[in-house]
Design a protein around this ligand. Structure first.
Ligand code: DX5
Ligand code: ZN
Length: 241
């Protein structure tokens, strides 16, 4: 799974008055997944969309919908989002007292469970769910808004998680989200990410196709130069690695 690369444009940066058109443009431009940001004004200081909009998006695309729930106690709503058409449904570690239950519920409903860490949350919080998830999302900005700056300190966190997943033989995708652009995607790729969310980095550029293919090329070069993924040095892993 680590050899595959997925580019997931975030619809948060789209023109919502022309959402179907934007989605068609992203499909033509070669997007692999569509990233959908759900915010509740409680877990994060912003409000975006809910299940009816996800349902409308589902009607106009067959691309996998990667739905990122930035909502408090997400276990209350996972059923609504899976029914609306989420393929991958991710919940924040910090938002759920019953994380394991939320993840099990997502899988039982037929979607792929993912788990998300805020920048300040250590990776050891994943220890007991590592094998329950199909994707781990490392936030590379504090969630709530598009167009923020990538936090450089997240590169060592991504490397540490990469090493841990490899050591465990855990097949989960490693997704990154926040401030990812053509200019920094190579660093993120050589740290070991496999799924790259980008909102303004794609949708605020004039030619989505050129940006996405440029990103793929940067990732390819970074992987070729690093012989795969760089080893994280001097970072201690949960379980002492
Ligand atoms: C931030 C969201 C991101 C956001 C990314 O809370 O989770 O998905 O849309 O936007 P950019 O790529 O502009 O940082
Ligand atoms: Zn997101």
């Amino acid at each position: 799974m680590r050899d595959s690369v997925k580019i997931a444009p975030s619809l948060l940066a789209a023109d919502f008055s022309r959402l179907a058109e934007e989605i068609r443009a992203l499909e033509r431009a070669g997007a692999d997944w569509l990233h959908v940001d759900v915010m509740d004004g409680h877990f994060v200081p912003n409000i975006t969309i809910g299940p009816p909009v996800v349902e409308s998006i589902r009607k106009v695309t067959s691309l996998p919908l990667d739905v990122h729930l930035m909502i408090h106690r997400p276990e209350r709503y996972v059923g609504d989002f899976v029914r609306a058409g989420a393929d991958i449904l991710s919940v924040h570690v910090e938002a759920s007292v019953h994380l394991h239950r939320a993840l099990e519920r997502i899988r039982a409903l037929g979607a792929r469970p993912g788990v998300v860490l805020n920048p300040a949350t250590p990776i050891h919080h994943l220890e007991h769910v590592l094998h329950e998830v199909e994707m781990i999302l490392i936030m590379t900005v504090d969630p709530g808004f598009g167009g923020q700056r990538f936090i450089p300190g997240m590169l060592s966190k991504i490397r540490a998680l990469r090493r841990w997943l490899d050591r465990e033989g855990a097949p989960a995708e490693l997704e990154v989200d926040g401030g990812i652009k053509l200019e920094n995607i190579a660093d993120v790729a050589s740290s070991g990410a496999t799924v790259f969310v980008s909102g303004s980095g794609i949708l605020k550029t004039p030619d989505y196709a050129a940006t996405i293919s440029g990103m793929r090329e940067e990732i390819r070069k970074a992987r070729a130069a690093g012989g795969g993924f760089h080893e994280a040095k001097g970072i201690s892993l949960p379980g002492g690695g």
